[in-house]
Design a protein around this ligand. Structure first.
Ligand code: MF3
Ligand code: CO
Length: 263
């Protein structure tokens, strides 16, 4: 599969897919409280997506059983929502969701602290979020894909954290996962030359300890091998002539990734 350039009409639909997904995340953040189950979060997320008239693109993707991946503490990504998994004060909770609007996909993840979290957890979440912004400073027509990868890795490792190797970001558009793969770590060579109209999901996954991960017996949930905390932050972006547009953040979130009201 080659890397597609989206038409102006497709880009308009992706902007709306992104905006609606940003609202889903905002609502999920507001709702996230100790005592609720990870299943409750998925139910709420899917309800909001369907109320928008959109389709949750994760549901049944390769057999994934939910609309929102909920990954708590040492869970890296792809946690399966469960009525038995109750969120506790002090947890860090990664929420990854996506939707389809008029045939175009969006995909975004946030990691939130529940109530008071440790300083270490807060720092990990902040470094993960900022690593995305460090990476996309290089996201611009004419630059090369792996410049983004290297910038994310350098930033993360300067804090003593590590970037997960076994999972990567991806192109996105008429499908959830399109070419190219987007590693969050250095590669040989420069990679693909970026062109205006490419749409990418950039998604650093950062572990407080080693980068090694393993899969649980449910065949989905990815956890850190050493039990250390992990955070995930992702947005769908559009490459433009002079930079990029972050499609899955609301206007007031563009600089920091968090709306002022929620800080
Ligand atoms: N953002 C995740 C990814 O790109 C979405 C996983 S979709 C799932 O891998 F449905 F497979 F969980
Ligand atoms: Co993704």
């Amino acid at each position: 599969m080659s890397v597609s350039i989206k038409s102006p009409r497709q880009i308009e639909n992706m902007r709306e897919a992104g905006r609606l997904l940003a609202i889903v995340h905002k609502e999920l953040h507001k709702a996230l409280k100790p005592g609720m189950s990870t299943w409750d979060i998925d139910r709420l997320g899917e309800t909001i997506i369907r109320d928008f008239g959109c389709i949750p693109n994760f549901k049944n993707y390769n057999g994934y059983p939910a609309s929102i991946c909920v990954s708590v503490n040492d869970e890296v990504v792809h946690g399966i929502p469960s009525k038995e998994h109750i969120i506790q004060e002090g947890d860090i909770v990664s929420l990854d969701g996506g939707l389809i609007y008029n045939g175009m996909h969006s995909d975004a993840a946030r990691t939130w602290g529940v109530g008071e979290v440790s300083l270490e957890a807060a720092r990990l979440m902040e470094v993960t979020r900022q690593s995305f912004f460090e990476g996309i400073k290089l996201a611009k027509e004419g630059n090369h894909l792996f410049e983004i990868s290297a910038a994310i890795q350098d930033y993360v490792e300067s804090f003593g954290y590590s970037v997960v190797r076994d999972l990567v970001g991806h192109g996105i558009g008429t499908h959830l996962h399109e070419d190219p793969q987007i590693p969050n770590f250095r590669q040989k060579g420069r990679g693909l030359k970026l062109q205006a109209g490419m749409t990418l999901a950039v998604e650093p996954m950062v572990n407080a300890g080693s980068y090694d991960v393993e899969w649980l017996d449910d065949d989905w949930t990815v956890v850190t091998e050493d039990g250390s905390l992990s955070a995930h932050y992702e947005n769908t972006i559009l490459i433009t002539k002079d930079g990029c547009e972050i499609l899955t953040l609301l206007p007031e979130e563009q600089k920091t990734g968090v709306s002022d009201a929620e800080k």
